[in-house]
Design a protein around this ligand. Structure first.
Ligand SMILES: [Zn+2]
Length: 244
């Protein structure tokens, strides 16, 4: 069940599980669109949703929260960022509303590495509201490292080999031809102080020239498979211990 259904149909499904994807609107250098994370979030979540339905797992799939925290991309036109406490409030309000309408388990599927505030937010909701279960799953961490072996040649922080491959697999037309590779000498914490603008003039952190549609398809398959596994495992766990 999703937002293309009626509220009657949602009610009839009897589900108390909701899935909330989170993306971002931020620069993705020359070859990927501003909405990349939100496009990936919606694509992967719909595939996860279909697979869960095939497993007989009813749920309510929400559309992605597209505005999130992209402070590190400020200075590039088109980027829109919320402040971290704003995103926390958005998540809290959505979860409260879902809970008031009978949902007991809410999955937050994150697809943007800069949404650090999600972790403490989820913890706060769960510890302040016994019985409420919000599970944070990271779309990029779902796949076990052993399965990833040999898939990508280079590490990707932003618009690099893996993200570009995934976008090629979703829709080749979304990926522009011109690709600039750039791996800064800095380590990731530099982004706590400086925007991408300062660290990588083109806004890329990775090697997009190594991307391919085939790699993206393989990665998406793994991502969907392991996210579904995780969702089913957490639902079982939450049902076994509904209150604490
Ligand atoms: Zn991205």
């Amino acid at each position: 069940v999703d937002i293309f259904n009626t509220h009657f149909e949602l009610k009839e499904s009897g589900t108390d599980v909701a899935i909330l994807p989170v993306g971002s609107i931020e620069q993705h250098t020359r070859h990927l669109p501003l909405g990349t994370d939100s496009i990936i979030a919606w694509h992967v979540s719909r595939r996860v949703s279909r697979a869960l339905e095939e497993e007989g797992c009813e749920h309510y799939l929400l559309p992605p929260v597209v505005f999130a925290t992209s402070l590190e991309h400020k200075g590039f036109v088109g980027t829109v960022t919320l402040k971290p406490p704003t995103l926390a409030m958005v998540i809290k309000d959505i979860v409260t509303c879902l809970y008031e309408h009978g949902f007991r388990i809410v999955f937050v599927l994150n697809f943007h590495g800069g949404n650090f505030i999600l972790k403490p937010t989820v913890r706060e909701i769960n510890y302040d509201n016994p019985g409420r279960k919000v599970v944070l799953l990271d779309g990029w961490d779902a796949v076990p490292p052993a399965e990833m072996e040999g898939l990508f040649e280079t590490p990707d922080l932003h618009s690099g080999e893996s993200e570009t491959s995934v976008m090629l697999a979703i829709d080749e037309k979304l990926v522009r031809e011109e690709r600039v590779d750039f791996v800064p000498e800095d380590a990731r914490p530099v982004l706590d102080m400086y925007s991408f603008k300062e660290v990588t003039p083109e806004g890329v952190w990775g090697v997009p020239s190594k991307a391919s549609k085939e790699k993206g398809e393989r990665y998406l398959e793994l991502k969907v498979k392991y996210t579904v596994k995780a969702v089913l495992r957490w639902i079982r766990r939450c049902r076994e211990h509904p209150a604490y």
